[in-house]
Design a protein around this ligand. Sequence first.
Ligand SMILES: *Cc1c(COP(=O)(O)O)cnc(C)c1O
Length: 378
Amino acid sequence: MKKIQMVDLMTQYQQIKTEVDAALMNVIENAQFINGPDVQLFQKELEEYLGVKHVIPCANGTDALQIALMALDLKPGDEVITPSFTYIATTEVMALLGLKPIFVEVDMDTFCIDPATIEAAITVKTKAIVPVHLYGQAANMDAIMKIAKEHNLFVVEDNAQAIGSDYYHNDGSVSKTGTIGDIGCTSFFPSKNLGCYGDGGAICTNNDELAAKMRMIANHGQSQRYYHDVVGCNSRLDTIQAAILRIKLPRLDAYIAARRKVADHYDAFFAAFPQIKTPVRGKESLHVFHQYTMQLTGIDRDALVSFLATKEVPSMIYYPVPAHRQKMFSAFGSASTVLPVTDALTSCVMSLPIHTEMEQEQLDFICASVAEFITTHS
Ligand SMILES: *Cc1c(COP(=O)(O)O)cnc(C)c1O
């Protein structure tokens, strides 16, 4: 059996090697490493795929979030409501820009921001909400957009883990995640559902004004060359990365289907174990399973992780420390925020390997190994 990995980027590459190698050689031979033709072509192709007016490619998902927040003209001390149960990038950029992250609770089933707790956290200083579509499943965007409209707040979606997911609105219409709020941000980090071979990211919006502004911010605040109107940054998607993404974008839906198949198998197998709560699939969106994250009860998580490691089955805890308890935010005194669901989840979640090239033999071995631990330890 092939060695099991959380993500198997090598096997995926082998299947597109001919195309990728040719595209890379093409970029190198043309030597347009910055803003080469593949960057504009990828931008257009992603706009088409997402059904969104503007895509602004940038250097990584963290920059995407930072540029999005920079474009909103917020003032130091303005508050941004966000879940604590997320990857640090979501909230780090807020502190970096002098904004105050206000950490709220997530839903126990979907792991995404709980709209009811957003309402309760709104103050006169609140300017924006940043929901995170965690593990590949969308937050309840209809409820979030309604709250945002009522209180005149911006919504910036952190879509780094859910690119390609469909959101099913209450009125029957369908949107791609990341295109519902004022701005959507995504990452092409290699292990993401649409990953390149290094760092990469993108911002999208249907708002012309915000798009122009974000394009300018990502390019040193330039309106024309050497005329800098606002303080910006230098955030570009390399031509080489764009060329790779152009090969992978047409395969994204197939990649998602492959991930969902793995999830289906895990769901069916673990249904027999009351100690395991398999991921709940909310009816609001198509779960694209960036991660397969279970909740454990009555199981020693550390012992299970170590047991699996002895069988060379990797597993991960996303995330062991919620943002509000990170030292980084000690100046905000956020550790005293009462978030019982978030705290409970950080101590019971566990993610199993899931990727686009998982073999049945590997899947069976992972399931059997988890089952062996449970039957011998309870
Ligand atoms: C990966 C990720 C990011 C950051 O993306 P990078 O490209 O690594 O900067 C932001 N938010 C979430 C939820 C992520 O998973």
